[in-house]
Design a protein around this ligand. Structure first.
Ligand SMILES: Nc1ncnc2c1ncn2[C@@H]1O[C@H](COP(=O)(O)OP(=O)(O)OP(=O)(O)O)[C@@H](O)[C@H]1O
Length: 253
């Protein structure tokens, strides 16, 4: 049985600037299930990133509640939110933000040692994860400037996974990559999800969205559509593609 990992109640986010209020998220009631690969789509400016930031505790809602498992994270202060994120969440962004002056392995270790003091265990886990995403020993000592975009993003995914987060949030993780690099990153995310990792990902890209098993469509600040796609399998890609295309057409995408 799948449990709810993240749930919102009447989640609202309003931005104010120059005396004008913009209601970006309006009374959202969403339940995300553990082990799901949930994709958030919607037109540009519909509030996808705002929703991701609120769900992950990177930003606070204006009104409403967010429950992560049994914990109401909307009640946490900034320091408590930082601890919550460090212990429960992994992040993969379009911009990879690896530290330039550190090797690939040290970038991953720096994140791991924020949570665990067992260096030997973290080193072993980092190497195992790097190998799992296709980064072999020859790349562990390289600096970010010596990596291709796809390699850097795969290192970014390992960094996101090093603390065994309960959930990984991704915002356009393949947005800056060419098609081949994008496929290799998506293959890694799919494998990680099939191994039981919960993922929530924002994307504009249909090929990327096809990796999810559920697609939420955001429009005018509300969830306008909710498509169950079933787990990704390369052999069923054509039917999934047709189903997603029909859904997006219905959404007016
Ligand atoms: N910090 C902020 N201050 C003021 N307005 C903001 C802020 N962040 C987002 N917005 C506004 O909220 C709206 C939704 O932005 P958001 O980035 O969530 O959309 P999006 O759906 O992710 O867009 P895109 O697909 O173009 O990345 C936009 O009109 C944006 O200008």
């Amino acid at each position: 049985m799948q449990n709810v990992i993240l749930r919102t109640e009447k989640l609202c986010k309003t931005f104010s600037s120059g005396g004008i209020q913009q209601h970006v998220l309006k009374n959202l009631d969403i339940s995300l299930m553990e082990r799901d690969f949930t994709v958030i789509m919607g037109s540009s400016g519909s509030g996808k990133s705002t929703l991701l930031y609120a769900l992950s505790g990177m930003d606070k809602p204006t009104l409403g509640e967010i429950h992560f498992e049994e914990q109401n994270i909307s009640k946490l202060n900034n320091d408590q939110l930082a601890v919550f994120r460090r212990n429960n969440c992994g992040f993969v962004f379009q911009q990879i933000y690896l530290l330039d002056n550190m090797s690939v392995l040290d970038n991953v270790l720096a994140s791991g040692l924020l949570v665990s003091k067992n260096k030997r265990e973290i080193v072993s886990k980092a190497k195992q994860l790097l190998a799992q995403v296709g980064l072999d020993e020859a790349s562990w000592g390289k600096f970010p400037s010596q990596l291709s975009g796809g390699e850097a993003q795969r290192a970014g995914i390992v960094r996101a996974l090093i603390n065994s987060p309960k959930i990984v949030f991704a915002d356009e993780p393949t947005g800056a990559l060419n098609s081949a690099a994008s496929d290799s990153v998506l293959d890694v995310m799919t494998e990680v999800n099939h191994n039981g990792q919960s993922i929530v990902m924002v994307t504009h890209d249909i090929k990327t969205a096809l990796r999810g098993n559920r697609v939420l469509y955001l429009r005018d600040g509300v969830i306008y559509g909710d498509l169950k796609l079933g787990a990704y399998h390369v052999d069923h890609n054509r039917e999934r593609h047709e189903k997603l295309n029909a859904f997006l057409a219905e959404m007016g995408w």
